[in-house]
Design a protein. Structure first.
Lengths: 480, 779
């Protein structure tokens, strides 16, 4: 047990004793260290002006948003900022030089963040196709350049030489952190086993369980909430496990989106595409699927796909585990089936049965790094020409991710054909009374939801060989 | 295909004009070394401010109890309207913008008080603790509600040319329609910020992220109740402006200055993103009714436009912005008879303000929609209709406000672009694609831009500069223009370096400050380089003339035989370095410092009659955009853009291309993903990037071809260049027109879409459903 947060920056080890548990990394860098390259643009992880890179033993270098990362979360890491890349003689790093040469900055406020996103991308072995660059930079907003020269700069780095691995991560002896911040009642725990975590969760049933802070960070920076006890789950090995078996996919609650991206894409390409469009790279490099489910965040695009796939949630309290269908976990807006002292351990997505029809779609104002107005996940099983099982799950249509029970009923037992699908589309109006908000009107959501089901049918129409698949992102390639 | 091509650059004899030099701060941007105001080391004892904001759109404040704010941890002081020693106003034109609302609030987010605390978190937390009792008053939140309540910030303005009623009545064909378009948040990455440092004698130095230091100086002085000379405003750079830092920084700077004056301590106010988006003004949303008469050839014979805008609760710059919307209601087209009526509605929402284009984009949208509708009605290619209506030789060169269009290059530019973009072939390819594709539909459109350059408020067209030559030959440059990322400092430094035939490194760029160059206009109206480049050249030439005179006398040659070349000066048989000449001139007691000044010639405007020559010249351009839409969801994407833009003889093509593509993408955002959503109580719901979606990296079209028009400004501007800040934004109207075209394709062009802006997936799907209903097609 210790109360020191330890990390390395530019080869210098910083040991910070008893930090305020919710002080952000950005605040520490700017106010504490007077290192001001990283900027605050939004304090919610959506603009990327605060992007820095972190690396830890055994993990690829990651771009993260310093504005919503609590300082204790940095324990054991090597930290990189735009200033870190400048040579001892003041020479620009190749990424910085490329940005200068390609005229990649105008006002320059976003530039250090872009530098660090490109850095993390290339250091972790990313390529320079337009598609890869777009993904790497989806979490960095620039209001001046229109992105062209930034893309050109990144694409010019085809012969990028990565740092030697030993420069990338320190090798600290890792101990569990546990302390009470001086002069407050605020506690921070970072247990190192699931048994410790289970015990702490029982001991502090009101504690906030913290994974990547992509949601909890905003409770502090936006809602200005005071959090008394934080228990970080990120050092619990059992929760960091991801396994792909013939039976399905088991994702530990502390597995980050970026770590699960490959496995989810192998599960089904649509799910991979869905994950690619959740948050920016920085958000996926911190946020976890378990955290997104556990908080019952209405801002979650994963649950509809997982519910459609028939996913099961595993919760743990003390030594006791229980399982429930994912859709049953979401009781109502802001209310989940999670007891005091209980925590999400993992989510299990069974493999799609042979012959299953499956798709997931996300509709948002902007393609990348936006939250859906409507998100649909569909799985249909057939027995001959008839539908034997249907799971139609939607996000954005109710206060929680929800299955369309009446629409499913219209499909099950009838022939997989236009008539049944049309009846199911009509039934959606009985299943859902969606809200009107800044992401879309009630009428639009219902209309789009109907059409997503129609698209699912068109793409899987039995009558036509090589069914119609017209998707806008397929038809609009970026690498030309 | 190369991302950009440059029509042959023409390096001037001086080697720096026309060169694609990097932005002067580029390396500092990339390394994090560039200092923005929030990066300045805080002086000891610095306090941090936050603004307490109204939660009602229109209400009487019957009780403002700030005791919980005062008692909150870390709080040092709280300021309301009562604490203001001078005038409680930060309005740029009319005194209707209180620093702190006093008794009545007029929008959700309006400033009520400021709290100063030991650190920024404490200040922001405390600002939420006020106990305010409101007594609601009737609120008009939308254009429709303001119209019903007859609320306006000034009487309607009308511009007329000929007898429009007769022309409309006589025209063989006639079309009417309405287009609405939303506002736009500037979303500069650096939020509004000011740091005020008190001095002796009540002096105040304020670092303000502002495009308009002069105005901030005067408004802060009025608030403090001190003369202008007591307040100095300084700004080295902004993290983006786009018009959002033309008038809005006054409130921020005045609040910081007030707190600093009251506490005697440095005070910083740095708005967080949500507060910034709720408190500060945005682009005006507009509603345009058009009524056009035309012949079977598609030539417009008369046009009647009614413009209505949402100005928000105060006047701000809404008069000039709406004037500019009127000036651009014709865009690039000759209107034989025209009437343009402009209603400037007062609403109980944030006071809308300058935003790149300044009303021009909104004005143009009306006629571009009308021309698309005419083409649809006649079954013609919209490009042919546009071409048939361009300004031409006299008499087809007279604008509705009486200025003649004498520098029109669209007659040559449009065919060049049409060819460059393979417009005709691609129209056909799109039609073939649409015939095959059931769900996805494509659209393509070409639209032009003709944008008037000058402040339409004539007296603002002036600028000052200050140039010092030191005895080692190094030069310090200062002028009234501000740097917000547009590369102004680089361009003006190029001008000065060119005058002395020195490398750009010889010229030191310094922060804009009101104690160096006084009474300057905002860096706005695209005119930064036009005005400040000329003023700096004037200063440089004054010094240069003295040096020439000195050298001729000292080295015994004619003044005409003194030459500046590549860092050296040749005077008859003598050749010496510039530094040696500077040293020699100093020893001979020749003054090596000078101010410079410029006032744009030829312009005049009678606002009462809406007649005159408001613009020194016009900047032109055109773009072809191709888009694709999903008729099941309304999702859309811009696939390809080709454009040619006129920057005259470019001072710096790299910087100009940056303005062109950056402006285009910003305009595309305005017309597609950027949606300001207010609730029915007037509160902005989209006040952060999680909900307000500016274009992201992948939204940049995969194919984006740009070209600079090869030509020079017909007017005598700085090296015959043209202003480039705003005009390219309006090239993005081609995206909106292409989206309209794609929606029409969803119903086989049997109905003209009523697509409004921004063309979000929701609006596109609605428009698709409508055209299909009109065409009698099943959904």
């Amino acid at each position: 047990m210790r109360d020191v947060v330890r990390f390395r920056l530019d080869g210098v080890t910083h040991e910070i004793r008893n930090p305020d548990p919710t002080v952000t990394l950005l605040r520490w860098l700017r106010a504490g260290l007077r290192r001001t390259g990283a900027k605050e643009g939004c304090a919610e992880g959506d603009c990327g002006a605060c992007t820095v890179a972190v690396s830890a033993p055994g993990e690829p270098l990651r771009a993260v948003n310093a504005c919503i990362l609590f300082l204790p979360m940095l324990d054991g890491a090597e930290l990189w900022t735009a200033e870190s890349l400048v040579g001892d003689d003041g020479a620009l790093h190749p990424i910085q030089r490329a940005l200068v040469e390609q005229h990649g900055s105008q006002c320059g406020f976003c530039t250090p963040g872009f530098v660090m996103s490109i850095f993390a991308h290339l250091e972790s072995g990313g390529g320079t196709s337009r598609r890869e660059i777009d993904d790497a930079l989806a979490g960095n907003l620039c209001r001046c350049t229109g992105y062209g020269p930034i893309i050109s700069a990144a694409q010019s780095l085809t012969d990028y030489r990565r740092y030697e691995p030993e420069r990338l991560a320190p090798d600290f002896e890792m101990l569990a952190i546990e302390y009470e911040a001086r002069g407050t009642m605020r506690r921070f725990h970072a247990p190192r086993s699931v048994a410790e975590l289970a015990a702490l969760a029982l001991q502090y049933p009101e504690a906030v369980l913290l994974a990547g802070a992509t949601d909890v960070g905003l409770w502090v920076t936006k809602q200005r909430r005071e959090i008394e006890t934080i228990i970080s789950v990120m050092n619990v090995p059992e929760l960091r496990e991801l396994s792909e078996t013939p039976a399905g996919l088991e994702i530990g609650a502390a597995v980050r989106y970026s770590e699960a991206e490959g496995a989810l894409a192998r599960f089904h390409p649509d799910v991979g595409e869905l994950v690619r469009r959740i948050g920016g790279k920085q958000v996926r490099n911190c946020g976890t699927i378990g955290g997104n489910i556990a908080n019952g965040s209405p801002i979650g695009d994963m649950p509809p796909a997982l519910i459609a796939a028939g996913a099961v949630l595993v919760l743990r309290k003390g030594d006791y585990e229980r399982r429930l269908p994912l859709e049953d976990y979401f009781l109502a807006y802001g209310e989940q089936d999670r007891a005091r002292g209980e925590f999400v351990a993992r989510v299990i997505a069974p493999r799609l049965p042979p012959g299953a029809l499956f798709a997931t779609y996300k509709v948002s104002k902007r393609f990348d790094q936006d939250i859906s107005a409507v998100c649909g996940g569909f799985r249909v099983l057939r027995d001959g020409a008839r539908v034997s099982d249907a799971r139609l799950a939607f996000g954005g249509m109710a206060g929680v991710p929800k299955r369309a029970a009446l629409a499913e009923k219209e499909l099950i037992g009838s022939a997989w054909g236009e008539a049944g699908v049309r009846r199911a589309m009509d039934a959606l109006a009985l299943d859902f009374k969606p809200l009107t908000d800044q992401r879309g009107s009630s009428a639009y959501r219902l209309d789009a939801a109907r059409n997503l089901l129609w698209r699912f049918f068109l793409e899987n129409e039995p009558a036509r060989a090589g069914a119609t698949r017209e998707r806008i992102l397929d038809a609009a390639p970026v690498d030309v | 295909m190369p991302r950009l091509s440059m029509s042959e650059t023409k390096p001037d004899a001086q080697q720096v004009i026309g060169e694609p030099l990097a932005h002067d701060s580029a390396a500092k941007h990339a390394t994090g070394a560039a200092i923005y105001i929030d990066d300045i080391p805080e002086p000891p004892g610095c306090l941090h401010l936050a603004i307490g904001m109204s939660r009602r759109a229109h209400a009487r404040v019957t009780r403002l109890d700030l005791s919980r704010v005062r008692e909150a941890p870390g709080v040092v002081a709280v300021f309301t309207a009562r604490d203001i020693p001078g005038t409680n106003d930060v309005g740029p034109v009319i005194r209707d913008d209180p620093l702190f609302a006093d008794g009545v609030v007029q929008y959700v987010g309006q400033s009520l008080f400021a709290v100063a605390a030991q650190n920024v978190e404490d200040a922001r937390k405390a600002a939420r603790l006020a106990d305010v009792v409101y007594e609601d008053l009737p609120a008009a939140l939308t254009i429709a509600e303001a119209k019903a309540a007859q609320l306006e910030i000034e009487p309607p303005q009308t511009m007329t040319k000929g007898d429009v009623a007769a022309a409309l009545a006589a025209a063989p064909r006639r079309l009417k329609g309405r287009l609405t378009m939303g506002g736009q948040d500037h979303f500069y990455l650096e939020g509004q910020v000011a740091l005020a440092i008190p001095g002796e004698d009540g002096d105040m130095r304020v670092h303000s992220s502002t495009q308009n230091p002069g105005e901030v100086q005067h408004l802060a002085a009025h608030v403090l109740g001190v003369p202008g000379h007591a307040v100095t405003i300084e700004v080295r750079r902004m993290g983006g402006g786009f018009g959002g830092k033309e008038t809005q920084p006054a409130l921020i700077a005045a609040a910081a200055a007030l707190a600093a004056a009251k506490t005697g301590r440095p005070c910083k106010l740095c708005l967080d993103r949500d507060d910034d988006m709720m408190l500060t003004g945005k682009r005006h949303d507009f509603e345009i009714d058009y009524d056009v008469g035309f012949g079977d050839d598609g030539v417009v014979q008369g046009a009647d436009f009614t413009l209505r805008s949402r100005c928000g609760y105060s006047t701000d710059l809404s008069r000039a912005i709406n004037d500019r919307a009127m000036f651009h209601a014709d865009n690039a087209y000759y209107l034989p008879a025209a009437r343009i009526v402009s209603h400037r509605h007062k609403t109980h929402t944030v006071s809308n303000t300058a935003f790149r284009g300044f009303g021009g984009p909104q004005g143009m949208m009306g006629i571009e929609r009308a021309l698309d509708a005419i083409a649809h009605a006649l079954g013609r290619d919209p490009l042919d209709i546009r071409t048939a209506n361009f300004y031409g030789p006299a008499p087809r060169n007279l604008t509705p406000y009486g200025q003649t269009v004498d520098d029109n290059i669209l007659g040559a530019l449009i065919p060049a672009l049409e060819k460059r973009a393979n417009y005709r072939e691609r129209r056909e390819a799109v039609a073939e694609y649409n015939a095959r594709s059931k769900i996805l539909k494509r659209g393509v459109a070409l639209t032009p831009v003709k944008f008037g350059i000058s402040f339409t408020t004539t007296h603002l067209n002036q600028a000052g500069a200050l140039v010092h030559v030191y005895t080692d030959g190094s030069i310090q440059l200062n002028h009234g223009g501000t740097e917000m990322g547009q590369g102004l400092m680089t361009k003006v430094a190029q001008v000065v370096a060119a005058e002395f035939a020195l490398p750009i490194e010889a010229v030191k760029i310094t922060a804009t400050a009101t104690d160096k160059v006084p009474n300057t206009s905002a860096t706005a109206a695209s005119a930064g380089a036009d005005l400040n480049g000329m003023a700096a050249r004037d200063a440089a030439r004054t010094i240069k003339a003295r040096l020439v005179q000195f050298a001729a006398g000292r080295y015994g040659c004619k003044e005409g035989d003194v030459r500046f070349d590549s860092g050296r000066v040749h005077a008859g048989a003598t050749s010496l370095s510039f530094a040696e000449l500077a040293r020699a001139a100093y020893l001979a007691r020749v003054p090596l410092s000078s101010t410079g000044f410029y006032a744009t010639p030829k312009i005049h405007y009678d606002r009462a009659a809406h007649r005159g020559r408001p613009f020194f010249y016009f900047a032109y351009g055109a773009a072809v955009s191709e888009v694709i839409i999903d008729t099941l969801t309304g999702e859309n994407r811009v696939l390809r853009v080709d454009l040619i833009h006129d920057a005259g003889r470019s001072l710096n093509p790299a910087i100009d291309f940056g303005q062109i593509e950056g402006g285009f993408i910003q305009g595309m955002g305005w017309l597609t993903t950027e949606e300001l959503v207010f609730d029915d109580k007037g509160a902005l719901l989209t006040h952060a990037p999680s909900t307000y979606k500016i274009p992201a990296c992948s939204d940049r079209p995969a194919v984006f071809n740009m070209e600079l028009w090869d030509g020079e400004n017909a007017e005598d501007t700085i090296y015959r260049s043209k202003a480039v800040g705003e005009p390219p934004l309006m090239l993005a109207i081609s995206v909106f027109s292409a989206l309209t075209n794609a929606v029409a394709a969803a119903a086989d062009h049997k109905a003209m879409p009523n697509l409004d802006a921004p063309a979000t997936p929701e609006r596109i799907l609605r428009a698709v459903n409508e055209v299909r209903a009109v065409a009698g097609m099943a959904r």
